[in-house]
Design a protein around this ligand. Structure first.
Ligand code: IPM
Ligand code: MN
Length: 345
């Protein structure tokens, strides 16, 4: 029989509440013979204030033992900006080689979009997760003077670009429309842009069934609003991916339903799954947060571990729940309970 050994990081703010519902649905969807083991870790603002630590080498060693990681949200206004971002979130992505940041956007029935005419939105962004301007490569000289100069170097390696582009091609190949769009800015960022464009063309020759397309990132933001139905799979660098996935979430139901995976496809390290939203301290502890994004992240987690049928059951349950949701405001736990009942049934 199988087992899942899961590291659980509820984190800060609403992270606590939404992760509880995610685990509820996970327990309900798994067959009897799959043993689920969870270990909770207390990373986040409280741990930082108590110990000054964000994520130690010992923490990484402990996390490494698990099959996967479920994260709620990390971040609190009491911690200076950048400390938990660099010291926890990015540190974990880099340490565990999470080079595929997978962010699906699907406008489900019954979900409101600010776009006119309810377009059919069903695409997935493969955002590079370990390079680009996120590497912390840069510096400041003459700090604090009127002659201060700051650089933030975008690092792009042939190895890093090729592996994420290849992953995106494989994902496009597996989808009915088989279409892959490269998003970059190769008319201005000519060094990194040409590397991406060259690798994209070369790897593409191995996937003759996949239709390819290129858009500058500014043009991509236009189409994400005016014609999102044109997209199937998008591959892009770390920073462009950060920006367009927030836009993608905004047009396809909002961050209440946006799920993500930080994936090491080679499986050398456990992958981490988390809602795209943050810790929302303004509504924390009130039972107001929508756990749907976390529940959909659990579906991505299950798919990554090979539980395709269970992942699909969760997605079907969420679609049904959203369709029948109506106007009644439900608490975080009520939504989790309803989803748990649906996936078990
Ligand atoms: C995200 C977040 C992070 C990022 C921040 C919090 C470091 O915005 O997951 O999209 O920029 O990747
Ligand atoms: Mn972001």
């Amino acid at each position: 029989s199988h087992s899942i050994d899961l590291a659980v990081i509820p984190g800060d703010g609403i992270g606590q509440e939404v992760v509880a519902e995610g685990l509820k649905v996970l327990a309900a969807v798994l067959p009897q013979d799959v043993k689920l083991e969870t270990t909770e870790y207390d990373f986040g603002a409280r741990r930082y204030h108590a110990t000054g630590e964000t994520l130690t080498d010992a923490d990484l060693d402990a996390l490494k033992q698990h099959d996967a990681i479920l994260l709620g949200a990390i971040g609190d206004p009491s911690v200076p900006s950048g400390v938990l971002e660099r010291g926890f979130l990015l540190k974990l992505r880099f340490a565990f080689d999470h080079h595929v940041n997978l962010r699906p956007s699907k406008l489900l029935p019954g979900v409101a979009t600010p776009l006119a005419g309810q377009p059919a939105i069903d695409f997935v962004v493969v955002r590079e997760g370990t390079e680009g301007p996120y590497t912390g490569n840069g510096g400041t000289i003459r700090k604090g003077t009127e002659h201060e100069v700051a650089t933030e170097v975008s690092v792009n390696t042939a190895f890093g670009v090729e592996r994420v582009v290849r992953d995106a091609f494989a994902r496009a190949q597996a989808r009915p429309r088989k279409k892959l769009t490269l998003v970059h800015k190769n008319n201005v960022l000519t060094f990194a842009g040409h590397l991406w464009t060259d690798v994209f063309a070369r790897v593409g020759r191995e996937f003759p069934e996949v239709t390819t397309d290129y858009l500058h990132v500014d043009a991509a933001t236009i189409f994400l609003v005016t014609d999102p139905a044109r997209f199937d799979v998008i591959v892009t660098d770390n920073l462009f991916g950060d920006i367009i996935t927030d836009l993608a979430a905004a047009v396809s139901g909002g961050i209440g339903v946006a799920a993500s995976g930080n994936i090491d496809p080679s499986r050398s390290f456990p992958s981490m799954f988390e809602p795209v939203h943050g810790s929302a301290p303004d509504i924390a502890g009130q039972g107001k947060a929508d756990p749907t994004a976390t529940v959909l992240s659990v579906a991505l987690l299950l798919r990554h571990l090979g539980y395709e049928a269970e992942a699909a059951r969760i997605e079907t349950a969420v679609a049904a729940d959203l369709t029948e949701r109506g106007d009644r405001v439900r608490t975080t736990a009520e939504i989790g309970d309803a989803l748990a009942v649906r996936v078990a049934g």
